[in-house]
Design a protein around this ligand. Structure first.
Ligand SMILES: *Cc1c(COP(=O)(O)O)cnc(C)c1O
Length: 363
């Protein structure tokens, strides 16, 4: 049996370090927004070569608070994709803004800059670009559009910790980069967590207030905020995980390289020339996807679809008024994509077995 994903093998590799970190927090007597969070924020900012990182409670909150810190709210339109985790759109709506869904490029599955341009109106204030599956979107074009149209550019890096575009880590090109530390992400906590990185001191200051009820100094509030804090326990675990991030991403890339090699002839991921892909997911495309998925399942190989129903076709978002057919690349992707097993602890032999089984089925 080869499951689609499992987290226990990675824990087993890091068990000692994680136990020490957890023990350190338990014994410290300080459990929320303390020295571990401060140290993690500094280390995470340094890793990205930016001055500021603010820990928050989740990747969804990271996007919402980034938008709010950037002054986005009711009446504003924010362009993003329909081919993403629901969280991206949930966050835009939580900030009070209206999500405007653009189409993706079918090679990279990320926001098509031309489609984004087409959707700009006089109410557009921001773009939330998603670096889906671990691959940076076309940041050069999107950064140029944002600058020319005076839009806030937020990078949703929830699936792309450590990925790079032209040598710059994702999250450092736009005004802010947002991260999720949900356990299955490339850098996962042992619960919920998130962060926002930025080069801008004023934005960082706003984020730190927003996440803690708008508090400036103790019991003094200049603006309305919320409760979206990172636990000391998660921060201590994330400090361990950060030290292994590049190595873990290299292992993900090595697994992807085996898939690339042995699945030649199928529609495998394409990596843009300037992009470093960190393979949060390894996604292939097949016109008889459902049949392939079922056949793999029958042979004890787990796969998933990210994502089977685009956001504009979800029952919850009918009121966006986008009919089937309005985002053709997104809809084609949703019909044909399949994510193959990929996790730390998956062996080369297991990857090869997945490939041989697919070759048998697809000859
Ligand atoms: C996981 C994810 C999020 C949300 O992160 P949470 O920590 O679960 O709130 C946002 N965007 C994308 C693309 C994600 O994959």
């Amino acid at each position: 049996m080869i499951p689609f994903n499992q987290l226990k093998p990675l824990h087993d590799l890091l068990a000692e370090e994680i136990a020490l970190a957890m023990r350190r927090v338990a014994d410290s007597g300080w459990y929320i927004l303390g020295p571990e969070v401060e140290a993690f924020e500094r280390e995470f900012a340094d890793y990205h070569n930016v001055d500021h990182a603010a820990g928050v409670a989740s990747g969804t909150d990271a996007i919402e608070l980034a938008l709010r810190a950037g002054g986005i709210g009711p009446g504003d339109e924010v362009i993003t994709v329909a081919h993403t985790a629901m969280a991206t759109v949930t966050a835009i709506e939580a900030a009070g803004a209206k999500p405007v869904l653009a189409d993706v490029d079918l090679c990279t599955y990320t926001l098509d800059p031309k489609s984004a341009l087409d959707r700009i109106t006089d109410r557009t204030r921001a773009i939330v670009v998603v670096h889906l599956y671990g691959q940076p979107a076309d940041l050069a074009s999107l950064d140029a559009i944002a600058k020319e149209r005076d839009l806030l550019l937020i990078e949703d890096c929830a699936q792309a910790h450590g990925a790079a575009w032209n040598g710059a880590k994702v999250g450092t090109v736009g005004h802010m980069g947002t991260f999720s530390f949900y356990p299955t992400k490339n850098m996962g906590a042992y619960g919920d967590g998130g962060a926002v990185i930025t080069k801008d001191a004023a934005l960082a200051d706003k984020l730190r207030k927003l996440r803690n009820y708008g508090q400036t100094t103790r019991y003094t509030h200049q603006s309305r905020g919320c409760n979206s804090r990172l636990d000391e326990l998660q921060a201590a675990i994330l400090r361990v995980k950060l030290q292994h991030l590049d190595r873990h991403n290299q292992r993900r890339q090595a697994i992807a390289a085996i898939y690339d090699e042995l699945l030649q002839g199928l529609v495998t991921p394409r990596v843009a020339a300037n992009a470093e892909h960190v393979y949060h997911l390894y996604v292939i495309r097949d016109q008889r996807r459902d049949q392939l998925m079922a056949a793999l399942k029958a042979r004890d190989i787990g796969t998933l679809i990210h994502y089977p129903i685009p956001i504009h076709l979800q029952e919850s978002h009918r009121d966006l008024g986008l009919a089937a057919g309005s985002l053709p690349n997104t809809e084609k992707a949703a019909r044909e994509i399949l994510s193959l097993p990929l996790y730390i602890g998956l062996s080369d032999d297991e990857v090869k077995r997945v490939c041989m089984t697919i070759r048998e089925l697809r000859g």
